[in-house]
Write a protein that binds this ligand. Structure first.
Ligand code: ATP
Length: 301
């Protein structure tokens, strides 16, 4: 069983107050992009895993910390399946890059094992298990463009017309997502902070949703925002340099993806994106041209 699931960009990422459960409230817009994780699931007596890929996979745990393995075991436990599975993960999404690669693996493993075992759990059941595995896993199941609230796991589909062209610049060594949230809390505690009521009134601006609806990259560019950018830049000063380079070379705008260090540049169309990718590569950056929105975790024939 072969399932493919996409990585994501947060077109907008507003971070609110720290909640009692240790997560932050979010108001975010996810877009799934054409950079994929491929998961092959085959019948086995026990649970096992192998990971390879076009990206550096040395940071991926192969034990029970691996989200895909946890997804398979959770699905088996919840549906009374006694079979095991061997998961072969081929990663296209950078590890700890702020693009939700581990979450995509978990979503793909859920869909692949469900199809392999014929559990009959249904899409609601899968969504519920996805939310238990991690805040970004429901979106990787869902794909497309969606507003995420709560921990990012309460999804509302957003209308997005047409296609958006992005150039990604991979940032080398990954950044820890929990660490970036802690840094943001630190920055805010030191006065670089939002008023308490701003944290409470967290929502995605109407202008972002309108720009997505109209399918206009030119409208979307000025309203994109990521509250975690300040934290990522604190760790990697070169991110600011990359962002400035991308815009100088013709991007409409650039943003840190999720908790970084990947940066995402919005372009006016496929040709502009191809030209920007080439120029960034010529200057020594690891750049890729992708587009969104694309569907969530799907069985590949
Ligand atoms: P987030 O989804 O939190 O934004 P990210 O996209 O920055 O995370 P991921 O590649 O999803 O980063 O993984 C972050 C960490 O999760 C890794 O450093 C690794 O320790 C752990 N992890 C668990 N399972 C996986 C997996 N299947 N693939 C990659 N990393 C995994």
């Amino acid at each position: 069983m072969h399932v493919r699931a996409p990585g994501k960009i947060n077109v907008y990422l507003g971070v609110g107050a720290l909640r009692g459960d240790g997560y932050h409230s979010l108001a975010t817009v996810f877009q799934a992009v054409s950079l994929y994780e491929d998961v092959h699931a085959s019948p086995s007596d026990g649970f096992s895993l192998e990971v390879s890929g076009e990206v550096d996979v040395s940071g991926v745990p192969l034990d029970d910390r691996n989200l895909a393995l946890r997804a398979a075991k959770l699905l088996a436990a919840e549906t009374g399946v006694r079979d095991g599975v061997h998961l072969d993960i081929r990663k296209g999404v950078p590890v700890a890059g702020g693009m939700g690669g581990g979450s995509a693996d978990a979503a793909a493993a859920l869909v692949a094992c469900d199809a392999l075992w014929g559990t009959g759990i249904g899409s609601r059941g899968l969504h519920e298990l996805a939310a238990r595995l991690g805040a970004d896993v429901p979106f990787a199941l869902h794909g497309g463009t969606a507003v995420g609230t709560g921990r990012g796991d309460v999804l509302t589909p957003a209308l997005a017309r047409g296609r958006f062209d992005w150039v990604l610049v991979l940032g080398g060594r990954g950044l820890s997502t929990p660490e970036m949230y802690r840094r943001l809390d630190g920055l805010r505690a030191h006065g670089d902070s939002l008023a308490d009521d701003a944290l409470e009134l967290l929502e995605v601006p109407v202008a972002v949703l309108q720009a997505l609806r109209s399918g206009s990259a030119e409208e979307l560019a000025p309203v994109m925002m990521n509250d975690l950018e300040a934290a990522a830049v604190l760790d990697r000063a070169d991110i600011e340099l990359v962002l400035a380079d991308g815009v100088r070379m013709g991007a409409l705008t650039g943003i840190v993806s999720g908790s970084g260090p990947t940066t995402a540049f919005l372009c006016g169309g496929p040709e502009a994106a191809g030209a920007l990718r080439d120029e960034l590569r010529a200057s020594g950056r690891d750049a890729l041209h992708v587009h969104g929105p694309v569907p969530g975790a799907r069985v590949v024939d």
